[in-house]
Design a protein around this ligand. Sequence first.
Ligand code: AP5
Length: 214
Amino acid sequence: MRVVILFGPPGIGKGTVGNILSKKWNMPLISMGDLLRDNVKNATSAGLKAEAYMRKGELVPDDVVFEALSERIKQQDATDGILLDGFPRNINQARMLESLFGHNDKIILLNLVASMETLIERLSLRRICISCGAVYHLKNIPPKKDGICDICNGKLIQRNDDTPEVISRRLAVFHKETEPLIKYYDEKHTAIKISAEGGPDDIIRRIEGTNLWE
Ligand code: AP5
């Protein structure tokens, strides 16, 4: 089993890079943010617990996210390898993840880094499809028709946690609770630093240039 964690602050492009790698490597992308947003949309018990935290940019309690992840990885497509976006976000979640896998399974953290200017620009111009969740950027990855999803013709909206106030809270939470994981993975597993500046293809080229599996 191969587990690749796409790691980095809000807006770095974890979902964007993850979607490309998922197709290239034939590994499912499991996005904790998307899983939680689906739960909120469907008013499940996990969604009802998660909603208030997400709206404020705080982390959802560990047991809620772990339950959502454990259910997802039971699915057939997740037996050989998975790409994780947004999990783990603290040391407790990293330990929870380890409890799901054996000693022979390889866990790699891809530490995506970019300037604060890049992050703010990516987040403030992000739009998502209300129906299928596809992600666009008004300047860098625009839809063909204004406000309409290329894939399903759904309406494009701004995420309700992409306001300046919530973005700064999410960044603060990342620095305090999530960033310490780099040291944890560096010491216990493998952590590889990748520049996330430039377009998605540049980033993919850098990731594939690291000989990840050797
Ligand atoms: P989540 O949805 O995971 O949000 P996040 O980590 O803040 O990350 P984002 O989705 O904002 O950014 P991204 O890095 O995926 O960037 P994207 O590819 O979209 O989590 C939301 C909330 O859920 C959390 O705040 C928390 O409450 C809760 N949660 C989630 N996981 C949790 C956990 N484990 N524990 C507890 N709570 C949890 O790209 C951003 C924009 O830039 C897009 O518009 C894109 O088109 C554009 N773009 C991307 N890459 C490039 C590029 N290379 N060049 C140009 N434009 C680009």
